[in-house]
Design a protein around this ligand. Structure first.
Ligand SMILES: Cc1cc2nc3c(=O)[nH]c(=O)nc-3n(C[C@H](O)[C@H](O)[C@H](O)COP(=O)(O)OP(=O)(O)OC[C@H]3O[C@@H](n4cnc5c(N)ncnc54)[C@H](O)[C@@H]3O)c2cc1C
Ligand code: SF4
Ligand code: SF4
Length: 479
């Protein structure tokens, strides 16, 4: 069993979340091109220091899973797929212009804004574009926003690995009371941190988790940049990951890079529809840290509020995007129920359905990978179950090969060179083709337009039955 953070890093299961760096400032983080992550170096630590820093790592088996809600669960319901909760809602900001500025409904920015306006917090810690760099490695950083303008300027999903290692410096004043936005594993790290650290416990008042399919390393942004026609010498001033595509639905979006003016040219915006990218299929796990293959927390189970995309009918046909949210804190529930948001209450099934692919992969998929992996892996709730035999493994087997091929050759996209990118395609094409063939048979060889047409016909002819039977599967395995 992996017991300490140095074993975790050595096994390539670290996301670089930075929680251990908050405990021990001696831990230095170095960016690794081949991993696309900034990873901790624990070499100078004593055994005692190592053990203390390990207490906050979200991926070590001995660290408690629910560090907050088990002690504060009065009035909360519990469900094994989404954790503790008061209410689950679907909705968006009521004001159409305001809504259009966010990724998927704007609920996150609305809540952050209202927390500041109601003076329930002194600041917001979230990921925002780093104004001090043109490079991609540190294009985004966790920032402290104290004004509504600052909160609004950080709108939008960032498929980028942040690090909380500077968290203590952001909690600068004695009277701070903060809200943090982060991914589920980061929130677990924060909960572990606040358990034993008086300063963090006092100053971090609310936690908001984004629903998480998986993390993308910094190499993903390089990959988008190469495909969008950004050259290695360009000075990128703004990156957007999810701009709506005109005429599309909630699943259609494009990335954009704004390149600063030079002596020869004016400012230019490069865009590309993400669906057209080679290996874009979220199931392939392009530029995904290895640990995400073993993570079973889709719903940000440790956060006061979890917000994601309502990828269920009728909401998923709206290109502006609509949120789905799990509320675990009554003060935040008051904000969610304000007139500024247009919300309706839904059930756990709706949440699970909205993330159906993710739940399958993070229950069946984690089970399969845990049972078949030859190296030691961090233990999860799911991997401890012994129901592996009941799972159809073919898809997960070829999916793992695709992930390993893409991750294994990730250094080729880190160079931002077109020639290396072509080599990356060449080296990973075989695994992707096998996966596609196993999943779609002969349809895998059809041109994109024809495939789309067939999919529309099949969706209209009862694939909802298939979705429902999958839902039943997940329900019957409440894990
Ligand atoms: C890596 C990743 C994977 C995701 N996977 C899924 C998924 O599978 N299913 C799903 O339903 N939703 C997923 N989401 C969440 C989704 O993309 C939206 O971020 C979410 O629905 C909030 O939308 P919004 O319109 O309310 O946010 P906005 O109003 O646009 O505000 C977004 C807020 O989140 C902060 N933020 C953005 N990215 C990060 C980040 N990486 N770390 C910390 N803070 C950040 C911003 O600073 C801003 O304050 C994912 C997000 C990320 C970053
Ligand atoms: S706490 Fe975060 S950065 Fe530190 S070892 Fe664990 S995952 Fe990596
Ligand atoms: S999938 Fe899990 S491990 Fe990966 S970033 Fe999301 S919450 Fe963290």
């Amino acid at each position: 069993m992996i017991k300490t953070i140095n074993e975790l890093v050595a096994s390539d299961f670290c996301t670089g979340c930075g929680a251990c760096g908050v405990v021990d400032e001696e831990i230095k983080f170095t960016f690794r091109d081949d991993k696309g992550l900034s990873l901790p170096d624990t070499s100078g630590l004593t055994q005692q220091e190592l053990a203390k820093a390990s207490e906050v790592c979200p991926f070590l088996h001995d660290n408690p899973r629910y560090t907050h809600f088990e002690q504060n669960s009065a009035g909360l319901e519990y469900n094994p797929l989404v954790g503790y909760f008061h209410k689950i809602v679907v909705g968006a900001i009521r004001d159409p212009l305001d809504r259009s500025r966010s990724t998927s409904g704007g609920m996150t920015t609305y809540v952050l804004r209202r927390l500041l306006e109601k003076r329930l917090v002194t600041g917001v810690i979230h990921l925002a574009q780093n104004p001090n760099t043109n490079g991609i490695e540190n294009a985004f950083e966790y920032r402290l926003s104290r004004s509504i303008e600052e909160v609004e300027s950080a709108r939008g999903t960032k498929y980028f690995p942040g690090s909380l290692k500077e968290l203590r410096h952001l909690l600068e004043r004695d009277d701070e009371s903060m809200v943090i936005v982060a991914l589920p594993c980061f929130i677990r790290g924060i909960r572990l941190l606040t358990k034993n650290d008086d300063e963090c416990r006092k100053k971090i008042k609310y936690t908001i988790s984004l629903v998480c399919g998986h993390l993308k390393t910094a190499n993903f942004t390089k990959y988008l940049a190469i495909n969008a026609g950004v050259s290695p010498n360009d000075s990128v001033s703004k990156i957007e990951y999810r701009e709506p595509v005109p005429g599309g639905n909630a699943h259609d979006y494009r990335a954009s890079f704004t390149v600063g003016a030079t002596e020869r040219s004016s400012e230019k915006k490069h865009t590309l529809p993400t669906k057209e990218l080679y290996a874009e299929n979220w199931a392939y796990g392009l530029s995904m840290p290895n640990i995400c293959s073993f993570c079973d927390d889709v719903a940000g189970e440790n956060a006061d509020l979890t917000i994601g995309d309502a990828w269920i009918p009728p909401y998923d046909s709206d290109p502006r995007g609509t949120n789905i949210a799990i509320v675990r804190n009554l003060e935040l529930l008051d904000i969610i129920q304000e007139q500024g948001l247009d919300t309706v209450e839904v059930g756990v099934d709706d949440f699970v359905h909205s993330q159906a692919g993710s739940f399958r992969n993070r229950r069946e998929g984690v089970l399969y990978r845990s049972a078949t992996n030859r190296v030691e892996i961090p233990t999860t709730r799911v991997s401890q179950l012994k129901i592996f035999d009941s799972i159809e493994d073919r898809e997960y087997k070829s999916r793992s090969s695709v992930h390993q091929a893409l991750r294994g050759h990730e250094s080729l996209i880190s160079t931002l060179k077109f020639r290396d990118f072509q080599l990356f395609k060449f080296k990973t094409f075989y695994s992707i083709t096998i996966y596609q063939f196993q999943k779609n048979g002969i349809r895998a060889l059809l041109p994109r337009g024809l495939k789309k047409l067939l999919k529309t016909i099949m969706t209209n002819q009862g694939s909802s039955a298939a979705i429902n039977s999958r839902k039943v599967y997940i329900k019957n395995h409440d894990i």
